[in-house]
Design a protein around this ligand. Structure first.
Ligand SMILES: [Zn+2]
Length: 308
């Protein structure tokens, strides 16, 4: 159950950073110098393909490193990105499947694919129950979520930044799967991929206010950003601030927790939600972070497909 009380503020937790990788999330696929992240519960399904990319390897050059940039960014060539995508698909075990990317725009627009579209669609989630379509989400801090319905053999790929999370894109995607595939949320498996962690994701209090107005457990998504004599931001968000106290500058948002809460509210079992606890901003050696690297950031990719 999602917690409904606000977390106590802990100085020690503020600077906690991800420094290790859970070995359970690593595969041995490194023949091309790439490392992909996979969730064991997904890997157990023989008809399913899935992978989360990481930054090392690839042929793009970024700050004297060779990286696996999988998005068409201003600093990289299209040829490099296409070759990186080819290598990533091979590492993921899907070299021949059509890659179905979206023109993501932080919306709650969800597409159902029965075939490979001629042009990328504008949207932030895709679902299918057709074999042979590689659904892809691109991120560089936002939360990628992959869903699989093992009973009905249906899948989803979701892009959830703070706007998409606020718009309940994960919950709406599950609703679409229920409607179109007869999915029972209690059967669904979810993988929450690498994203910016609560250690690094500062947002303005106006963002927190929007979450608090929509989600009863939203105080549990936030933590204090500054310490010292400032008013407690969570208290400030829960009460009208006294006139003489300035509002705090920012708070730390746990986007993974917000999305996990949304999945639980939609009916997923806690044990079926698998979170890769890696922060994009803490791990420039392994991941891409727009917050950390700005316009020179690469793009990570999360993919899922039903084998054909
Ligand atoms: Zn971090």
């Amino acid at each position: 159950m999602p917690t409904t009380k606000s977390r106590p503020l802990k100085r020690s937790a503020r600077k906690r950073q991800d420094t290790s990788v859970s070995p359970a999330f690593w595969t041995g696929r490194s023949s091309l110098g790439l490392r992909i992240l996979q969730v064991p519960a997904f890997s157990k399904l023989p008809w399913l393909i899935h992978a989360f990319s990481t930054a090392p390897g690839g042929i793009s050059h970024l700050e004297n490193e060779k990286v696996l940039n999988l998005g068409f960014t201003g600093w990289d060539t299209r040829e490099n990105v296409r070759e990186n995508r080819r290598r990533f698909q091979t590492a993921a075990g899907a070299p021949d499947l059509p890659l179905i990317t979206l023109k993501q725009f932080h919306s709650d627009v969800i597409h159902i694919f029965d075939s490979n579209p001629t042009d990328p669609c504008r949207g932030d989630a895709s679902i299918t129950n057709r074999p042979g379509l590689l659904l892809a989400i691109q991120t560089a801090d936002c939360v990628p979520i992959l869903l699989v319905d093992p009973k009905k053999r249906a899948i989803a790929a979701i892009h959830a930044g703070w706007r998409g999370t606020l718009a309940r894109i994960a919950a709406k995607t599950i609703g679409k799967m229920q409607m179109h595939f007869g999915t029972n949320p209690r059967e669904l498996l979810a993988a929450i991929g690498p994203s910016i962690g609560p250690c690094c994701y500062e947002v303005g209090t106006e963002v927190a206010t929007q979450f608090l107005s929509q989600f009863p457990d939203a105080p549990g998504y936030f933590d204090e950003f500054r310490t010292g004599d400032e008013p407690n931001p969570i208290q400030w968000l829960n009460m009208m601030p006294p006139g003489h106290q300035p509002p705090p500058k920012g708070v730390l948002l746990d986007l993974r927790k917000a999305n996990r809460s949304q999945l639980l509210a939609a009916g997923l079992r806690p044990r079926n939600i698998h979170t890769i606890d890696l922060c994009t901003a803490c791990r420039p050696d392994l991941l891409f972070s727009y917050r950390k690297q700005g316009p020179l950031s690469g793009r990570l990719m999360s993919v899922i497909a039903i084998r054909r």
